[in-house]
Design a binder for this molecule. Structure first.
Ligand SMILES: C[S@@+](CC[C@H](N)C(=O)[O-])C[C@H]1O[C@@H](n2cnc3c(N)ncnc32)[C@H](O)[C@@H]1O
Length: 302
């Protein structure tokens, strides 16, 4: 039996198999949303890898002082790995992962191929956060969202955070974990950051919004806010963590090249050359590149 059917408000649901996927440069993307990364097995593997890098970097997968939550929501759950881990960590909680794209683990369930490794207290629910959350007010003890900065237009952030607060019960917690552009990586990294910032801006997305999550939670009326900025070492100077972050970045960033080129921001040759230079630069321990990560959480008190 699947839980949470009673929580849904029908109208905002996404018919997953009815959603067409458009092809761009040989990789599939999600139509109808600004999110620029592809949806394919390569990206799935990168997102799972990124989850483990973040778990290592942050020494855990959540920061809010939740102790025995009965219900947890992960907005933009990606592969669902965070939600499934939380379901295992809190076996008495019901955990929902929501995304516009069906996680491969859920897609494969019921096909008879491989084991269904989803905890029984985990469920995937399709949904587009930009259209609102398909849950009743106060339905969750803990609502979490991580790394959606490239997916949310600047002027929609207040709506998104308000939705997260709305579905959190009084006394429950909302947490947001985001990143902004790499710093101090040298001219090639700076150029890549400039290009991606421009590409996203043309979709209404401000990369710098990732650094404002604490303020956004405060503006949404949450109390007991904690907001931390961490400057993670990126590249060879950061030893193991730095190399893990660089591996994640150089696996994911090439997919943005086709969008940058399609918008006339750089040529493919400029992009490829600059990416190669950035990779070489950050492989030198002389380059002190930093990857800013922001963790913010707050409590709903009214
Ligand atoms: C960078 S991934 C992060 C995944 C996951 N939160 C994590 O940290 O591993 C961003 C996810 O947001 C999803 N997404 C993008 N736009 C969305 C929207 N409007 N509503 C719901 N999910 C969205 C994407 O499909 C993708 O799975």
């Amino acid at each position: 039996m699947r839980w949470f059917g009673w929580l849904r408000r029908g109208s905002a649901q996404v018919a997953m198999h009815a959603v067409p996927i458009m092809a761009l440069d040989g990789r599939r993307r999600t139509p109808g949303v600004p999110y620029p990364f592809p949806v394919d097995i390569e990206e799935t593997n990168r997102l799972d890898f990124q989850h483990y890098v973040f778990r290592y970097a942050l020494q855990g997968i959540y920061a809010a002082p939740v102790t025995d939550p009965a219900s947890i929501l992960d907005v933009g759950t990606g592969t669902g790995v965070w939600a499934r881990e939380m379901a295992t960590h809190f076996p008495r909680a019901k955990v929902i992962g929501l995304d516009v794209n069906l996680p491969p683990t859920d897609e494969r369930a019921g096909t008879g191929v491989g084991l269904d490794l989803r905890p029984s207290n985990y469920e995937f629910v399709p949904g587009n956060i930009l259209e609102g959350l398909p849950f009743a007010d106060g339905a969750f003890d803990f609502v979490h969202m991580r790394l959606l900065v490239t997916a949310l237009p600047h002027d929609r952030w207040p709506f998104v955070v308000n939705e997260m607060v709305r579905v959190t019960r009084i006394g429950g917690w909302v947490e947001s974990v985001e990143a902004t552009t790499l710093e101090q990586g040298g001219p090639a990294v700076d150029m890549l950051m400039h290009w991606v910032t421009e590409m996203l801006a043309r979709r209404g997305v401000l990369f710098s919004d990732g650094g404002a999550v604490g303020d956004l939670l405060r503006d949404a009326g949450l109390a007991n806010i904690t907001a931390r900025k961490m400057l993670l070492p990126f590249g060879a100077h950061g030893d193991r963590l730095g190399m893990l972050l660089a591996t994640d970045f150089f696996n994911g960033f090439p997919a943005l090249g086709s969008l940058i080129v399609a918008q006339g921001i750089a040529t493919q040759e400029q992009f490829d050359t600059t990416l190669a230079t950035a990779r070489a630069d950050t492989a030198s321990s002389q380059v002190r590149c930093l990857s800013p990560v922001y963790v913010a959480y707050g409590q709903r008190m009214r």
